[in-house]
Every structure is written in C-alpha cells, then in structure tokens.
Design a binder for this molecule. Sequence first.
Ligand SMILES: [Zn+2]
Length: 269
Amino acid sequence: MPELPEVEIVKLNLEQALEPGDEVENIEFLSSKLRTQLCLPKDIRWPLSINKLERRSKYILLHFSGGFLLSHLGMTGSWRVEKKIKAQKHDHVIIRWKKGNFWIYNDPRRFGVFEFGVNTLTNKWLAKLGPEPLDKDFDTAAFLQSLKSSQRSIKVLLMDAKVIVGVGNIYACEALFRAKINPFVKARGLSSKKLELLLSSVKDILQTAIKKGGSTIDSFKNVSGEKGAYQKQHLVYGREGEKCVICSQVIRRKVQVGRSTFWCPRCQK
Ligand SMILES: [Zn+2]
C-alpha cells in the first residue's frame, strides 16, 4: 500500500509532467466506481486550469479555481502519463490535457478514490487530518501534548492520521526501531526527549524514503513505472526471524490492532 513517501513521489512526477499553461480538456471514466462513485459535478466548466498540485497526507490534490480533484491510490492505484493512450486492464480514469498528454489512473483492486471537492477545510476526506510531519511549520509541542494525553500505545498513535498524517505501518515500525521505543508502550509514559527523537526519526525516514523512490512492497510504481528502493533499507519491517542489525537479537512480529508490528525486543525494551 502506498504510504506518504510513495504518494509524494507520484505527486512530484505528476508535477513534472504538468506543462506550463496546460488545461484539462475533459475527464473520462472507464468504470462507474472505485471505492466511491466516479462522477463529474453537473456544473463543471471545461477546460479546467490547474493552479497547483498538492499532497495532503496520502491524497493528491489538483487545484483549479473553484475546487480540486482528489486522488487517493488505495492499495494498488497508479498514475501514468502518455502521449497516446496504450490501454491497460484496470484503467479507470483518463484526464485529457489540452497540450496532448493523458494522465491515466490504473487500479486493479479499486480501493482508490477519485472525486471532485470544493473546500479542503470541509471535505470529508481532508477535514479531520492531523499535521504533516514534513511541514516546515510542524508544531512539535502540540504533537507531544497529543501523544502524552492519550492512553493508547505509541505505535497506534503514530499511525493515527488525526495525530499525525502519513506514518503508515512500515514507517511507524522503522521510526520506533530507530528511536529505540517499544511499539506497545503507552505514549504518556515516554519522556519528551524520547518522543522528540521519535519525531525526528519519522521525518528522517520519510525524507530518505522519498529520496530512494519509496518502498515497493507489493506493487508500488512511480509514474514512469519504476519501483522504489527504500524497502532495501528496512531494518525491522518484514524481517521477522532475522537478526537485528544492531544487537543480533531475533526480530519479532506481532499483530497489533490488526497490523503487523516488527520490533527488536532487546533494542526496543
Ligand atoms: Zn536489536
């Protein structure tokens, strides 16, 4: 499943593919629904001039005057850019640009979302999202406060998009390992120093993963169809039964709130 770094890469790729002054001529749906219904607003006026692309959590937003297009890749979604459409199985959305490009959304498992929105502050997918870890104005004090006021375990909090967005299972496991924090302990029992170390681990890991082209676990590909390389740097995720790179203890896996948690029982006491 694409996480924040993978979505950021897709957004950067699409941004590069966006030609200056280009406009969306129309959008064609090849299916009736993905996770939600695919439909155009009745009052839409073509062409749409896209002002900017933005990533918010795991959503890619294409802003135009009066609204935005929202794309979520779900489990297996991908965008590709073509000059001439080479149709593939599981293509669902085609954005046709005036200057001749086609942006094609493909999604075999159809958990993705493609919708029109008007206001990002009230949109149902965006309104309740917490802060962005890579935002330069990230409020560390408020983040620590929200961790310390909860009874839940640190890993569950780290993966709660209301607390902080974009830290999915892989990157939560990796950040907790680097900060030497046991994933099962309550956040409120941890010192501010430990939590600050965790936050900087989260930021480092996400930034490095973006530089490495993301993690390809199942199917992630960027807009050019290339796989990521960050999975080669995973120190605990997916390494159950292997030796810890720091202390040689065997890495363990346990299901925690429905997701596999990987950790080193010695480094992360
Ligand atoms: Zn260890």
